[in-house]
Write a protein that binds this ligand. Structure first.
Ligand code: PMP
Length: 428
């Protein structure tokens, strides 16, 4: 029995399901999860002494690779001065100014401790600002485990939300309207009926939680317009896309200006950090300036700020994004060629540092329905074949792939070779 499997058995006695976040448990691919003990650059090393080329990057934060020296050193140096003060600190201003400099739409920003806190706070702010209760989200978009956002309505544009986890009051979920991603018609229909009650639209501008699904041309523009026409707030959840699809996130890549933006992952350099920000006029509705309450004992924590700031500074060094984008292009082309050679139907999407491959005959995957109709048996088998060959992919068909800026051509070539062998094994 591997050490990982031993640890997983042990973990289940004291931790629900043996993990502190569900997708880590390999429920999407079967088998026992791997326990890791260290990581460096694009590699992670497990407790059994195996090395993996990592395309998860802690689910996004490790865009500069693992254990990036400048981030680690900044965190250690800050820790030596104290772990938390619960008072204002100068580095919080530097961090806020840095975010405002990089993310086009943000004029003021508040730090929190996770992506979930960022989206929860942003929708509260949108509701408080507009004095409306309803929110609109898209099926297959994940915004953290916020009560109002853990809702995925059944089909039909006008279906009112039903919670998709026990513990969420139906009375609350009914305020969440859910429509199909990339379907502007459904959005417009919902606005025709409920427009004056909708506080906000919240959207992942590139959906990364149903694999990787970019917005169709005109989709984000349409959301901007319907929000403007109805006095609703447009929230881009850039927890995943921020600092990844472009330095300034999807809003820069697609040149759309949201009213509020949620950030997380990359912004903490690996420490637990999130943020939400946007138009000054809206942000000033937050306490203590305004009446919408939002707070946090550890928000703006000095060690987390030091690590995050070091990450953002390093990302501004010339050539970083070009390197990552080249790596994604190379990987995508190699995977597609390898699948074609093996006669395995595969379709790949990618935007900047995000990519996703789908086992399907479809040329382009553009919707939640397309993503869920893929061949899951192929995905699971391919996953374990790749794992055996030292490639660590997200253990779910509904997660995007994350490239780092430290993956070398040799790493990508090795990954493509592993894929060639894995596709061949699927045919056996
Ligand atoms: N929004 C998006 C788009 C995410 O991908 C995630 C996490 N995967 C979250 C919000 C929640 O972030 P966290 O897990 O840090 O709470």
């Amino acid at each position: 029995m591997s050490r990982s499997s031993e640890l997983f058995s042990k973990a289940q006695h004291s931790i629900p399901g043996g993990v502190n976040s569900p997708v880590r448990a390999f429920t999407g691919v079967g088998g026992d999860p791997i326990f890791f003990e260290r990581a460096n650059g694009p590699y992670m090393f497990d407790v059994d002494g195996n090395r993996y080329i990592d395309y998860v990057g802690s689910w996004g934060p490790m865009i500069l690779g693992h254990n990036f020296p400048a981030i680690r050193d900044a965190a250690i140096e800050a820790a030596e001065r104290g772990l938390s003060f619960g008072t204002p600190t100068a580095i919080e201003i530097t961090m806020a100014e840095k975010i405002i400099e990089i993310v086009p739409s943000i004029e003021k920003v508040r730090m929190v401790n996770s992506g979930t806190e960022a989206t929860m706070s942003a929708i509260r702010l949108a509701r408080g600002y507009t004095k409306r209760d309803k929110i609109l989200k898209f099926e297959g978009c994940y915004h953290g485990h916020v009560d109002s956002l853990l809702v995925k309505a059944g089909s039909g544009a006008l279906t009112l939300g039903t919670p998709n986890s026990p513990g969420i009051p139906a009375d609350l979920a009914q305020h969440t309207l859910t429509v199909s991603f990339n379907n502007l018609e459904e959005v417009n229909e919902v606005f025709e009926q409920y427009g004056d009650q909708i506080a906000c639209i919240i959207v992942e501008p590139v959906a990364g939680n149903m694999n990787c699904i970019p917005p169709q041309p005109g989709f984000l523009e349409g959301l901007r317009k319907v929000c403007d026409d109805n006095g609703s707030v447009l929230i881009f959840d850039e927890v995943m896309t921020g600092f990844r699809v472009a330095p300034g996130g999807a809003q820069q890549y697609y040149a759309i200006t949201p009213d509020l933006t949620c950030l997380g992952k990359v912004i903490g350099g690996g420490m637990p950090v999130g943020a939400f920000g946007g138009k000054r006029e809206i942000m000033d509705h937050i306490a203590p300036t305004g009446p919408v309450y939002q707070a946090g004992t550890l928000s703006g924590n000095p060690v987390a700020m030091a690590a995050g700031l070091a990450a953002l500074n390093a990302l501004q060094e010339p050539g970083r994004y070009e390197q990552m984008n080249r790596s994604v292009e190379m990987l995508v082309k190699g995977l597609q060629d390898a699948a074609d050679e093996a006669g395995i139907p595969l379709s790949i999407n990618h935007v900047g540092g995000m990519f996703g491959f789908f086992f399907t005959d479809k040329d382009k995957v553009t919707s939640f329905a397309d993503a869920t109709a893929c061949n899951m048996d192929h995905f699971k088998a391919f996953y374990h074949q790749m794992l055996k060959r030292g490639v660590y992919l997200a253990p779910s068909a509904f997660e995007t792939g994350f490239m780092s800026m430290l993956h070398s051509d040799a790493d990508i070539e090795q990954t493509i070779q592993a894929a060639r062998e894995s596709f061949a094994a699927l045919n056996k």
